[in-house]
Design a protein around this ligand. Sequence first.
Ligand SMILES: Cc1ncc(COP(=O)(O)O)c(C=O)c1O
Length: 421
Amino acid sequence: MLDIKEIRNQFPVLDQQVYGKPLVYLDNAATTQKPLCVIERERDYYLHENCNIHRGVHYLSQKATEAYEHARQTVADFVHAKEAREIIFTRGTTESLNLLATSFEHLLLSTSNSQLTTDSQLSTLNSQLKVLVTSMEHHSNLVPWQQMVQRHHGRLLVVPMDDRGILDLEQYEKLLKEGPKVVSIAHISNVLGTINPVKEMIAMAHQYGIPVVVDGAQSIAHHPIDVQDLDCDFFVFSGHKMYAPMGIGGLYGKAEWLEKLPPYQFGGEMVDTVSFDKTTFNVLPYKFEAGTPNVGAALGLETAIQFIKGLDRREVEAHEGQLLRSALEKLSEIDGIHFIGESDHRSGLVSFIIDGIHPYDLGTIIDKMGVAVRTGHHCAEPVMTRFGIPGTVRASFALYNTLEEVEVFVNAVKKAAMMLR
Ligand SMILES: Cc1ncc(COP(=O)(O)O)c(C=O)c1O
């Protein structure tokens, strides 16, 4: 059994009052809190090891380099990558997705340019440039691809979903036949909580020879990830949503894909040789890591992974599932409540609206009762358009939340609803 009290002791930020009420932190899909071990690891790095890496022959630089590369291996093991060079450190999911959209754009254009001779041939190919996403993507997995295809008069293909927030796999198959160059899909929706059948979707895309990117921002902290079992070509995530510091995250890519893709940013460390005429690039993973990285945060990420691995993951899943079920059951008692996202296969978050009440007003009132939830479109405006709503109230759980907190949250919602009606 998880000892939640002991776990909460490791998160001092939870132990505070806001507006004279104990803080109930239910905005974990936005960012999780950090345990002491992570905070101390980063502090320790700056106290004793701080140094630029890969560049110095001196003791501290070698020590920091070793620690950074050790962290890369820890991430690789955590997602079950074949090799550490398949892990690129980035600032997070958003940067990983921008990296992929930009690199794919250059790869696809360089291939088409070398094969095509006339302008009209090139413009025909560009208009065929398609990327497939789903209708439940976070803007970070939508806008980079949208901008990429629009620069070449191509288009996004979008997998629709039903009223419960479940993707239509028949439509998905039809869209795959239209020949997108890349498929990029959320593992778990940050609005609906739906866990998408990514393994099946990856296998379907591979039948058409299409590479698949999985946006794991909402899954990695809560469910074990095995990139080889999923057989995804890329998996992207943010450290700060998995108990690690902000400013660090990752991109897993199959080595054969990362070898093929051109670099994203240019500068120090990612080069092999440089002259005024020509530059050659470093090997993986350094080819994609231009400039000085956030070493302290990478070490914090490694410690966060060790923290997660130190717990029984099935117990964590069961605990977060229990929090979700309790919230759904208790919230259902409220008149006029509508859940946005009702898949049976879902993760620990709940999004809802209440008839006649603006989500923002509700969020503002329960904030005064100490309850931190998120309101608005959650960086997924097309989801709001799909459901014809301005936004939702979203409560998202993490391993340190308790059933008592769920109760406080639901009571606060009930009280606020009464005040606003
Ligand atoms: C599904 C999903 N993708 C991408 C992101 C973007 O993550 P970040 O802001 O850490 O880059 C988020 C953040 O909420 C998310 O939930």
